[in-house]
Design a protein around this ligand. Structure first.
Ligand code: NAD
Length: 331
């Protein structure tokens, strides 16, 4: 029997309505909440929180810049806050996690994209143009409230890129050195939900069932990613994202089929075809990179530069034939 270990991380997950946000905050004992999020969604959250709302922070930024966190920490101190509610994509969640890292305040997250950060103990932050990532239970949110209604207006292009970001979490869990029967289950179901729902959302962004499948997939994908060690896909995305300031979800979306092919995953071609059918960037060149930028970088990034179909890794049969042929030619 193969040895493995698995620990279920304690996050309360609710699929329901934003109208229960006050009750969820009450469950955590929060009386003086800092609400993070852009007005589009945060105005409604503020109304639901009512007297529990102590302060607001409207402009979280992608990749969690430390100067934004410092500004938010001042608001926390000035208003004697006892918990953080974030509503929005991974940028809003990232700021809540950064605040928790410094203060240990409990977090309640209402995700509006498929980033999955709300389930992980991972925080990526940027300072002086460099992104660093750390993993600690201190930043893992206490509770997550998913309301599919909040995602219906997420533009198709952002939905598609964010959905492939979620898919990347599930894929990375399948070949992680510490994958186990539980993460295999989570990853397989997340892949099934996301690959099936992505084309439906692209065809009709207001399809509630497809949107619900996307959120469920994002939840399962984030959960399994948190239970394993992140691998080459995330390393490459963080490396390129930090070096060239690339957008997070789009970078994942472009690189995923190439990393899958490189890892020998049979469904790399299916993911390439799926991505090709979606209205998102399909190459690193479309994200602004040039040949010169990729000097000295791994071969798979050069394939991704122009968005050509990833070269399939040699099959076992082809490898065997190569070995047999090499012996046949030997004296
Ligand atoms: P994002 O949060 O920046 O959102 C992308 C854009 O979509 C923003 O302009 C936002 O205002 C808009 N938006 C979000 N929800 C919307 C909705 N429902 N309707 C209309 N517009 C909406 O981007 P993201 O891809 O969700 O998150 C990226 C960030 O999350 C990065 O900083 C990344 O590092 C982080 N992240 C962290 C983890 C982790 O585990 N630590 C995992 C994934 C992503």
């Amino acid at each position: 029997m193969t040895s493995f270990s698995y620990a279920a991380n304690p996050v309360r997950v609710v699929f329901g309505s934003l109208d229960t946000l006050g009750d969820e905050a009450g469950r955590l004992g929060l009386e003086r909440v800092l609400l993070i999020g852009r007005p589009r969604h945060a105005d409604r959250a503020a109304a639901v929180l009512g007297p529990r709302l102590a302060a607001r922070f409207d402009d979280p930024a992608m990749h969690t810049p430390v100067e934004v966190t410092e500004r938010a920490l001042k608001v926390v101190a000035e208003h004697d806050v006892d918990g953080v509610v974030a509503i929005g994509g991974g940028s809003a969640t990232g700021l809540a996690k950064a605040i928790a890292l410094h203060t240990d305040l409990p977090q309640l997250i209402v995700p509006t994209t498929y980033a999955g950060s709300e389930l992980t103990s991972v925080l990526g932050q940027t300072a002086d143009g460099r992104k660093t990532t750390r993993k600690t239970p201190k930043v893992r949110p206490e509770a997550v409230l998913y309301d599919v209604g909040l995602t219906l207006e997420l533009p198709v292009a952002i939905s598609a890129a964010s959905g492939l970001n979620a898919l990347a979490h599930a894929v990375e869990a399948t070949y992680a050195p510490d994958a186990n029967p539980m993460t295999d289950l989570l990853a397989a179901e997340a892949k099934r939900l996301l690959m099936n729902a992505l084309p439906r959302v692209a065809a009709d962004p207001s399809d509630v069932d497809a949107r619900a499948d996307m959120l469920r997939g994002a939840w399962l994908a984030g959960s399994c990613l948190d239970a394993v060690t992140m691998g080459p896909h995330h390393e490459l995305c963080h490396h390129l994202g930090g070096k060239f300031g690339l957008p997070h979800a789009e970078t994942h979306a472009v690189l995923l089929p190439y990393v899958m092919a490189h890892q020998g995953l049979a469904d790399a071609n299916d993911v390439f075809d799926l991505a090709a059918s979606l209205p998102i960037p399909h190459s690193l060149a479309e994200l602004g990179l040039t040949e010169a930028d990729l000097d000295g970088e791994p071969e798979l990034l050069r394939q991704a530069l122009h968005g050509t179909r990833p070269a399939a890794p040699p099959s076992l049969k082809a490898l065997t034939k190569q070995v047999v042929d090499s012996f046949a030619g030997a004296p």
